[in-house]
Design a protein around this ligand. Structure first.
Ligand SMILES: Nc1nc2c(ncn2[C@@H]2O[C@H](COP(=O)(O)OP(=O)(O)OP(=O)(O)O)[C@@H](O)[C@H]2O)c(=O)[nH]1
Ligand SMILES: [Mg+2]
Length: 284
């Protein structure tokens, strides 16, 4: 099934971000550390132009640390870009952002000349969580599903920095369906726009190829699981996802499996690596 999700508030958010960006000194683009290429929004890259940018690789607690290190090296080669892996709930890690913002806009952050930073990124990536950690209190609404924030909000950190929280933004045409499936696996796409079974099969196949040990270990998979359907069926059996008639309910199995994968129950996982990104860019 083709994944496409661009609810009405996103078109409006795109216009609002375009307007706000003109008065912004530093852009904090929040990426998902597990899929830094697929979670990068080309619409935001176009809006950003030459503005200094910090690429935050968030949810780093869930990502494969060796792969994150490779991504950081890749992003550091981009002009005007700083890359910072972190977990938005960890104050010590998040505090590095304040210092980086000041470095990137040294004439700002003074009385009468606040530094204006805008936090942008795809839905459910942790933008509002990051802002709440920086603010030291719950200023922005947070939730474990996409499209929690639906209009921009300004938050004065009272340290010379004014932050804008913005709604998660995707793009109308999801031509790259591998990227769309990675986004869906991570939880960035609204549940109503998803066929859970297809996404669960995609994720099961990926895990079997890239991280087979935690998958086999957690669900005690038998050796005859040689297709994605077999794997998801075995997972469904283990997790007790059965229909009234005792058959395996693949939809429920996919939902339960994705919940576990997203919650880190299968260990730290990255869905893409920089070499794949470079190859893909060259192909285009
Ligand atoms: N494990 C982990 N979870 C995180 C992290 N940051 C945020 N989350 C969780 O991700 C979910 C989404 O967080 P939000 O801050 O609402 O995300 P958002 O980017 O503001 O989402 P929208 O407003 O919908 O665009 C919440 O359940 C957070 O607790 C992180 O670094 N690690
Ligand atoms: Mg939000």
């Amino acid at each position: 099934m083709t994944i496409k999700w661009y609810p009405g508030h996103m078109g409006k958010a795109h216009e609002q971000i375009a307007e706000l960006i003109r008065k912004t000194d530093v852009i904090i683009e929040v990426l998902d550390a597990r899929l830094p290429a697929s979670s990068a929004n080309h619409l935001l890259a176009e809006l950003r132009r030459e503005k200094p940018c910090i690429k935050v690789l968030n949810k780093n607690d869930l990502a494969d640390s060796a792969v994150t290190r490779a991504w950081v090296q890749t992003f550091r080669k981009e002009a005007g870009v700083r890359a910072l892996p972190l977990s938005a709930k960890q104050l010590r890690e998040v505090n590095q952002l304040t210092r980086l913002c000041m470095q990137l806009a040294p004439t700002r952050g003074k009385p009468g000349r606040p530094l204006r930073a805008m936090v942008v990124g795809i839905p459910n990536v942790g933008k509002s969580t990051l802002i709440n950690t920086l603010a030291g209190k719950c200023m922005a609404k947070v939730g474990d599903k996409p499209a929690i924030t639906t209009c921009p909000q300004q938050i004065d950190l009272r340290n010379g920095i004014i932050l804008s929280d913005t709604p998660g933004l995707l793009w109308p045409d999801m031509g790259d369906q591998v990227a769309a499936y990675r986004l869906a696996t991570s939880g960035a796409i609204g549940a109503g726009a998803l066929d859970y079974t297809s996404v669960g099969l995609f994720a099961a196949e990926f895990m079997m190829l890239r991280y087979p040990e935690p998958l086999i270990h957690r669900y005690k998979l038998s050796g005859d699981a040689d297709s994605a359907v077999d794997i998801l069926e075995q997972i469904g059996r283990r997790l007790g996802c059965l229909t009234g008639g005792g058959e395996i309910d693949l939809h429920r199995a996919a939902e339960a499996f994705l919940r576990e994968l997203r919650g880190g129950k299968l260990g730290r996982v990255s869905f893409e690596e920089p070499e794949q990104y470079v190859e893909k860019t060259i192909e285009r």
